[in-house]
Design a protein around this ligand. Structure first.
Ligand SMILES: C[S@@+](CC[C@H](N)C(=O)[O-])C[C@H]1O[C@@H](n2cnc3c(N)ncnc32)[C@H](O)[C@@H]1O
Length: 227
C-alpha cells in the first residue's frame, strides 16, 4: 500500500493547472463559505506590512497582487497610496473584493482571470511591485517557470517580487490536494534566473481562527529584485 507521503508526491507530479482549478471550483460548487474558509481573514499579512514599514514599498507604486481572493491586502496597499490591481480566478472572491473595496473606500482594479493566462499586452514592464500570498504554492511544478517568467515580464527593471507560501516544515496535506509545501530550493531555484534574492526566510504566520490541517503555520517569506 502507498504511504500518504508517496501519495502526495504522486499528486505533485501529476498535478496540472486543471487539477488546481478543480480544487478551487469544487469549493465554489460546494457553496464556498467565505466566512469559513481558512485563509480568508481580514488580517493584513505581517511580512507585507513590514515591507511598507521598511519603505521597500511606498505610495505611488504600481502594484499587482496575484491570487488576491477577497482583496484585503490589495485594499490595504491602495489605502496607502498605491495604484493596485488584484487578480483571482474565483469569480465569487472578486465579487466580494469589489464590495469590500467599496466598503473600506479603496480604489482597486480587480480582474477575474487565471494569472498564468493573463494577457500581458499593455502591462509588460509596468509594475513596480508584484506580490503573492498563497497562490504560487498551488501552481503545478510544470508551470512554475512560466509563473516566474510572467512575474518578471510584468515588472519594471529592478521591480520587486514578494512571495509568501507554505513551507515543507508544515505537515503534508492529508487530502493530497491543496497547497504544495515548498522547500527553499523550490523557491530559490525557480526564481534566481529572473531575480536577485534579497531575502528568503521561514516565519511563523498568524494563527488561523479555526484549527485545520494547515498547522503549524510555518511559511516562507521571499523577496526578489528583477535582474
Ligand atoms: C490560499 S488563497 C490566498 C488568498 C489571499 N492572497 C490571502 O492571503 O488570503 C489563494 C488564492 O489564489 C487564487 N488562485 C490560485 N491559483 C490561481 C491562478 N492561477 N490565477 C489566479 N488566481 C489563483 C485562488 O482562487 C485563491 O483565492
Amino acid at each position: 500500500m502507498e504511504k500518504p507521503q508517496e501519495n502526495f508526491e504522486n499528486f505533485l507530479l501529476q498535478s496540472n493547472l486543471d487539477s488546481v482549478k478543480k480544487f478551487f471550483d469544487k469549493k465554489q460548487e460546494n457553496k464556498m463559505d467565505l466566512t469559513n474558509t481558512p485563509w480568508i481573514t481580514l488580517a493584513v499579512g505581517t511580512e507585507l506590512q513590514r515591507l511598507l514599514k521598511d519603505r521597500v514599498i511606498s505610495p505611488g507604486m504600481k502594484v499587482l497582487e496575484v491570487g488576491c481572493s477577497i482583496g484585503v491586502e490589495s485594499c490595504f496597499l491602495a489605502k496607502h497610496g498605491m495604484n493596485v490591481t488584484g487578480i483571482d480566478f474565483i469569480p465569487k472572491t472578486i465579487e466580494v473584493a469589489k464590495k469590500y473595496a467599496k466598503l473600506v473606500g479603496a480604489d482597486v482594479n480587480f480582474i477575474c482571470c487565471d494569472f498564468l493566462k493573463l494577457e500581458e499586452k499593455g502591462l509588460k514592464g509596468t509594475f513596480d511591485f508584484i506580490f503573492d500570498q498563497g497562490c504560487f504554492h498551488h501552481v503545478p511544478i510544470a508551470d512554475r517557470n512560466k509563473y516566474a517568467e510572467k512575474v518578471a515580464s510584468l515588472l519594471k527593471r529592478e521591480g520587486i517580487f514578494f512571495l509568501r507560501s507554505f513551507s515543507n516544515r508544515m505537515i503534508p496535506s492529508p487530502t493530497n490536494d491543496g497547497p504544495i509545501r515548498l522547500s527553499s530550493d523550490d523557491i530559490y531555484n525557480n526564481f534566481y534566473l529572473y531575480f536577485i534574492t534579497e531575502h528568503l526566510y521561514l516565519f511563523n504566520n498568524l494563527p488561523l481562527p479555526n484549527p485545520t490541517s494547515y498547522k503549524p503555520q510555518i511559511f516562507w517569506s521571499y523577496l526578489g529584485r528583477k535582474r
